[in-house]
Design a protein around this ligand. Sequence first.
Ligand code: CUA
Length: 289
Amino acid sequence: MPAPFKCFTRVILISLLALVSAAHAEVRQTSVWWLPRNVNMFGHEIDFIFYLILWLTGVTAVAVFSVMIYFLVKYRARPGIPAIHSHGNNALEVIWTTIPVFIFLALAIYGNEQWTQMRLRTPPADALPVAVVGEQFGWNVRYPGPDGKLGKMVASKVGKDNPFGIDPADPEGLDDFTTYNDIVFPLNRPVRLYLGSKDVIHAFYVPEFRLYQDMVPGRVYDFVWLKAEATGNFQLACNQLCGQGHYKMFGKLSVVEEADYQTWVKSKTPTPTASVEKSNPVPVSLVKK
Ligand code: CUA
């Protein structure tokens, strides 16, 4: 097949593939061409800095290109008019270097401060702890029982039958309950996440929360927290290519009123790690080692 045809066939094939995967994805109803709505307490600052940078760069781009096009036309080569040799203008150079320096510094300081608020400030003590552990290819989710406390997660104890790395004898873990690919957050209540991974690197990503956190195996990330400010149904997507099933690694995430959240919790029965361990004894081949 001649080269242009080969290329054309490839383009058609890629377009078809893109169409098929788009059909699989959940269709967004609102704001299809722009950012999805924000429902997280921390999202306002992220959106603010996004729009600020967009305006700054947008206005600068329009101004620079307008002046450039005007000068290109005005000073185009014409017969009989000699070219002028310019060696620059020091005052201008200083001005257009100093202004961007201050803009960049301001953006960096503001961004750093917001990041500190989001990730380095200790989550409120009354935050609801929720553990989310990624695996190929789904999300293990663990909620505290009536005691309001999650069993302690130890990254080195994470294993095939113990995705959360919880000591089966830990009394705080006995009333916990777990779900798979199903997360419910109460409205207007801080939620402290405990993120981990069972196998490879995954990422916790919910665009409507403006929240993205990689989950590297061997670590428990306990500094991410959020507060949902609106109810709705969202999708928790894995945002690190983690294997062949990466595309289907998404979970249902909804934000509901506190009363509905309590009803949902009551409908769940505890699934303590202890009973899981008993029904799945460690294989003899592993014990020998
Ligand atoms: Cu997990 Cu991609």
